[in-house]
Design a protein around this ligand. Structure first.
Ligand code: ADP
Ligand code: MG
Length: 366
């Protein structure tokens, strides 16, 4: 197994389009990294450069400290699985998996042993003599996975491998792939645009936007401690609510004010905002960091009529309107909240994030 290091990696298509810009990333041995971002943010470009399928415009790629930037794909010791399964239709499952080993001229006993191991790992032992057309989409993707694993690559690359599967199977495969990674311990870079997939699978999430990395960290880091409004809006469903607030002062106390309500920033929030008196800030608060009360409570900050509710079984989503904006709150399933009802709303103050409206960056304690 191995480490992977990207140093100032960039790719320009033609004269002006930057597919990836100045990517710096270190992937540790055995780590499962997920590159996450919306369509067009440069995930595939980055993967194709690592794999050697795309020429690098600038920067260096190291695998195990060795510069592989200009090595052809087959000399990099990587394996890649794509969204389209790319298994050979005219070969049986067994031959599909054995194919890369035969290319390497391995002995047939060794090939047989390895095919057996990976087909057990990926749960396709029963289908070894079938042809891909006799398999479901999920089974075909397992074959692709097995074929990539069988070569025991230093680095394992997967570009949206689950996105052609239906929603239920995708969730099941997440768990299985995580279990496979536990066993193989292969250093892995996994690409997805699906934040739930990323959060459930990753040791570390790397969030990309417009060709660049905007934040990296554990699931909890990128969820609770967002660097900017893009990350706060991208991660989590429903996404973070953003409220425009002005910082006023009343009787010597700092006050966060908007058209509907005002409240005093307390504790850490006071420390973060104390130099922002008179300025605008954006308050980011996650739907589950807001509370809905049927009765007015000391901790409720404002009252509002409920626009709609979305029951979800395990919880309910309560939507209200504020300054022409829909604000969503995740509440426990009971008591049921009804549209048209007046509710009282509070915040978990230590979960509120503040952003600079111009730069959209997080405002941190000075
Ligand atoms: N072969 C190409 N020629 C020109 N532009 C490309 C090419 N491949 C990708 N791009 C552009 O590079 C950017 C990143 O694309 P891509 O890496 O495919 O994003 P993602 O995989 O995150 O959806 C996009 O703006 C895309 O249009
Ligand atoms: Mg892509």
């Amino acid at each position: 197994m191995a480490t992977l290091k990207l140093k100032n990696l960039s790719k320009r298509y033609g004269k002006t389009v930057w597919g990836a810009k100045d990517i710096n990333l270190e992937v540790n041995d055995k780590e499962f990294i997920v590159l996450l971002g919306p369509s067009g943010c440069g995930k595939t470009t980055t993967m194709r450069m690592i794999a050697g399928l795309e020429e690098v415009t600038q920067g260096i790629i190291y695998i195990d400290e060795k510069d592989v930037t200009f090595l052809p794909p087959r000399k990099r010791d990587i394996s890649m699985v794509f969204q389209s399964y790319a298994v050979w239709p005219h070969l049986t499952v067994s031959d599909n998996i054995a194919f890369p080993l035969r290319l390497k001229n391995l002995k047939s006993a060794e090939i047989e042993k390895r095919v057996k191991e990976v087909s057990s790992l990926t749960k396709i032992e029963e289908y070894l003599e079938r042809f891909p057309r006799q398999l479901s989409g999920g089974q075909r993707q397992r074959v692709a996975l097995a074929r990539a694993l069988v070569v025991q690559p230093k680095v394992f690359l997967m570009d949206e491998p689950l996105s052609n599967l239906d929603a239920k199977l995708r969730v099941k495969m997440r768990t299985e792939m995580k279990a496979i990674h536990k066993k193989t311990q292969a250093t892995t870079v996994f690409v997805t645009h699906d934040q739930a997939e990323a959060m459930s699978m990753a040791d570390r999430i790397v969030i990309m936007k417009d060709g660049s990395i905007v934040q990296e960290g554990s699931t909890d880091d990128v969820y609770f401690d967002c660097e900017d409004m893009f990350v706060a809006g991208f991660i989590g469903t429903p996404p973070t609510n953003f409220l425009s607030m002005e910082l006023g002062e009343k009787n010597g106390k700092l006050l966060l004010v908007n058209s509907a309500f005002s409240f005093e920033p307390i504790g850490e929030n006071y420390e973060i905002l104390k130099n922002y008196s008179g300025k605008q800030v954006i308050m980011g608060v996650r739907p589950e960091s807001m509370q809905v009360f049927k009765e007015k409570k000391p901790e409720s900050v404002f009252s509002r009529e409920v626009l709609v509710t979305e029951p979800q079984g395990s919880h309910q989503i309560v939507a209200i309107e504020l300054d022409d904006q829909i604000v969503k709150i995740v509440a426990p399933p009971f008591p049921k909240v009804n549209p048209g009802e007046i509710v009282h709303i509070g915040f978990e103050h230590d979960r509120i994030m503040f952003f600079n409206p111009e730069t959209e960056k997080r405002i941190r304690k000075a």
